[in-house]
Write a protein that binds this ligand. Structure first.
Ligand SMILES: N[C@@H](CCC(=O)N[C@@H](CS)C(=O)NCC(=O)O)C(=O)O
Length: 244
């Protein structure tokens, strides 16, 4: 039976799973769980993930959620996946786990917290929150500095001094891609002091092309829509109600 991937391409961990499958020739059916329509809360989807979050996968009798667990499972279960994504070498694997764990308590709450509370909240049925956005921005800035000065070592193209991408590169870069929906000056203010981070995003994009760009089309569509609304003055500032 073919792998089923339950995802919304506006969700950064969903994009990481879809890109990973495509790059590695894993056959799958993609099932849209539209977050803007709250489909993650439907009884049918909650039978797959009782916690009501995407991504989730079903492979035969296995139902699995949490993107890092899914990436590890796919890299281990599908022989078409090249070793560099999740190396057999245990010390390399352990280092990848170290980045993934760090990501979930640092970069992810920083980036997602800032983007949701400063732009996306009204589309997810919540109010924008200036204070939460400011707190998330502090964590995001600190996380970007840790990436620049620690996780991206020397002249290597990818995390942990590697010259080939791992599941950690894909997960973290997909997280950072959501900054695309910010106003350009906010995005530049956050990212441009971190040249290594900018180069690494581009390296990961190139290593996973053309799938990277195709899977990010939904996000780029949203970016254009938000930009037009900013120009027309119909998008709210954080802390105010959206006019949408
Ligand atoms: N730690 C989870 C995070 C999953 C997650 O937060 N998914 C978001 C979309 S990016 C979601 O489904 N949110 C819906 C909700 O919270 O109601 C993972 O890596 O898979």
């Amino acid at each position: 039976m073919k792998l089923k991937v339950y995802a919304d391409r506006m969700s950064q961990p969903s994009r990481a799973i879809i890109i990973f499958c495509k790059v590695n020739g894993i056959q799958f059916d993609e099932i849209l769980i539209n977050l803007a329509k709250r489909q993650q809360l439907s009884p049918e989807f909650k039978d797959i993930n009782p916690l009501g979050k995407v991504p989730a996968v079903v492979d035969g009798r296995l139902k699995l959620f949490e993107s890092h667990a899914i990436l590890i499972y796919l890299a281990s279960a599908f022989p078409s996946v090249a070793d560099h994504w999740y190396p057999n070498d245990l010390s390399k694997r352990a280092k990848i786990h170290s980045v993934l764990d760090w990501h979930h308590t640092n970069l992810r709450p920083g980036a997602a917290g800032f983007v949701v509370n400063s732009v996306l909240a009204p589309f997810l049925g919540r109010a924008l929150n200036l204070q939460a956005a400011a707190e998330a921005e502090r964590l995001l800035t600190k996380s970007l500095a840790s990436l620049e000065t620690f996780w991206l070592k020397g002249d290597a193209k990818f995390l942990l001094g590697s010259n080939q991408p791992s599941i950690a590169d894909l997960s973290l870069v997909c997280e950072l891609m959501q900054l695309q929906v910010l106003d350009e000056k906010d995005r530049l203010r956050l990212l441009s002091p971190h040249k290594k981070v900018e180069e690494w995003i581009e390296n990961t994009r190139k290593a996973t092309m053309p799938h990277f760009d195709v899977v990010h089309e939904t996000l780029f569509g949203a970016k254009d829509k938000f930009q037009k609304q900013r120009e027309m003055g119909t998008i709210s500032k954080p802390g105010l109600q959206s006019k949408m």
